[in-house]
Ligand binder design. Structure first.
Ligand SMILES: NC(=O)c1ccc[n+]([C@@H]2O[C@H](COP(=O)([O-])OP(=O)(O)OC[C@H]3O[C@@H](n4cnc5c(N)ncnc54)[C@H](O)[C@@H]3O)[C@@H](O)[C@H]2O)c1
Length: 392
């Protein structure tokens, strides 16, 4: 039996590989990646703050801790023939699809990057879905981490995937329509539509995890050896807001809140994200299209900045919060309320990370890499905003 993990070299994918290997010791955990994330970050002139080992070094280190059921295949999921070959060899009972170009700002650099992002993401997903059908593997469970960003910013509470619609006295329940705010997020709306199609036409069992902003530096497994560490990005393009704020605080750079900072964003700690992905691998096929909001709840950007300021000051670091003109098109006053009851009940009954301790832990564990953060601090915000920040 095998579990296939796409995006196995990534921020979430690598810790998921390690946890799966421990949770399913009698199964082979097969990771796939084309190392594109390493190239994108290099291309925009940044680095992972936490040094990351090469894949052969990672696998060697995993073996040294007694993990012997990991395999890795390098390849591009955009290539259908590669995906077909992968399936014909491993016949996975579960596919955990985490591979994507996941940065909204990167997808908006220019038309070429927008095309690349949507082509890379949606073609990979279509290949993985059609590959299951053409290899008679439709009794597998297909899990994808899409994004909470598919919901946009509606003026009502965000449901967990499905929404009731009433028109002219008649009602139906439909999949919430894609109302994303970037070309990257829209690639995931296209994925959601294709997941829906694969479920409704072929009865493929699908779990669509609408993943929230994922923050933190480590899980129990990645912390057990420096060669098992996962990447940590802090730049404008690839550093998600919490991780970027934590890095700014440590580098002595002001925490740069876009606009007033009242906007609420859904969050989830890395350890919780990995736990809930692993919980999906325990599922039996049920021929359903299950959607979960993979978040422990929304937090306002200002509250997040204040929490990071508090944690940094506790470590003796003097931190300022600065409000910048928002470079993003978004409703700044949007008070996001997102339902997540089914997610917590089914996939994360025991959350290990609350936001305050998660932030504190992120800052403390990043402290050894302060020199890297200082050296790359011009990567925190876009070039056009750099001269507006008073750097100490
Ligand atoms: N990190 C977050 O805050 C967050 C939030 C919402 C959704 N997600 C989703 O979760 C998943 C994992 O995110 P992450 O933060 O670990 O991103 P990541 O970039 O670190 O990991 C994705 C991995 O996929 C690989 N990849 C991309 N295209 C590929 C292709 N064509 N063939 C083979 N490999 C390919 C990359 O090299 C990378 O290692 C993504 O689908 C992302 O969209 C992440």
């Amino acid at each position: 039996m095998a579990i296939l993990v796409t995006g196995a070299d990534g921020y979430i994918g690598w810790p998921a590989m390690l946890r799966l290997a421990r949770e399913f010791p009698t199964e082979r955990i097969v990771g796939v990646d084309n190392f594109a994330r390493r190239k994108w970050v290099e291309e925009i002139g940044s680095v992972s703050a936490v040094p990351i080992a090469t894949m052969p070094e990672r696998l060697e280190a995993a073996r040294a801790t007694g993990i012997n059921n990991l395999s890795f295949v390098e390849g591009d999921l955009v290539d259908l023939a590669f995906v077909q070959q992968l399936y014909s060899i491993y016949k996975p009972r579960v596919v955990l699809h985490l591979a994507a170009q996941p940065s909204a700002p990167y997808s908006e650099i220019n038309g070429e990057r927008a095309n690349y992002t949507q082509h890379n993401n949606t073609q990979s997903t279509r290949n993985l879905l059609w590959g299951l059908k053409e290899n008679n593997l439709l009794d597998s469970v297909f899990v994808e981490t899409t994004t909470t960003g598919v919901y946009g910013q509606p003026g009502f509470d965000i449901p967990e995937g499905y929404i009731e619609v009433e028109r002219n006295g008649r009602k139906d329940t439909i999949v919430y329509p894609g109302m994303a705010g970037s070309w990257y997020h829209m690639s995931k709306c296209h994925d959601v539509n294709n997941l829906w199609l694969a479920n409704s036409k072929w009865k493929l069992s699908v779990v669509d995890l609408r993943t929230a902003i994922t923050y933190g530096t480590k899980t129990d497994e990645t912390a057990s050896d420096p060669r098992l560490a996962t990447r940590f990005d802090f730049d404008f393009y690839f550093g998600v807001v919490v991780n970027r704020f934590a890095a700014q605080a440590l580098a002595g750079f002001p925490i740069t809140v876009y606009g007033k900072g009242d906007l609420k964003r859904p969050m989830v700690g890395l350890q919780d994200a990995v736990d809930s992905i692993v919980a999906c691998a325990r599922r039996e096929p049920n021929q359903k299209f299950d959607i979960y909001n993979q978040t422990s709840g929304p937090v306002s950007i200002s509250d997040m900045a204040t929490s990071i300021e508090r944690s940094a000051r506790a470590l003796g670091i003097d931190v300022e919060i600065e409000h910048l003109v928002n470079p993003r098109v978004e409703k700044e006053e949007h008070q996001m309320v997102m339902e997540n009851d089914r997610f917590i009940a089914d996939l994360l009954p025991r959350s290990t990370v609350d936001i305050e301790s998660g932030v504190r832990d992120t800052i403390e564990s990043l402290a050894p890499y302060r020199d890297t953060l200082v050296a790359y601090k011009d990567r925190f915000i876009p070039e056009q905003l750099l001269n507006r920040v008073a750097v100490s």
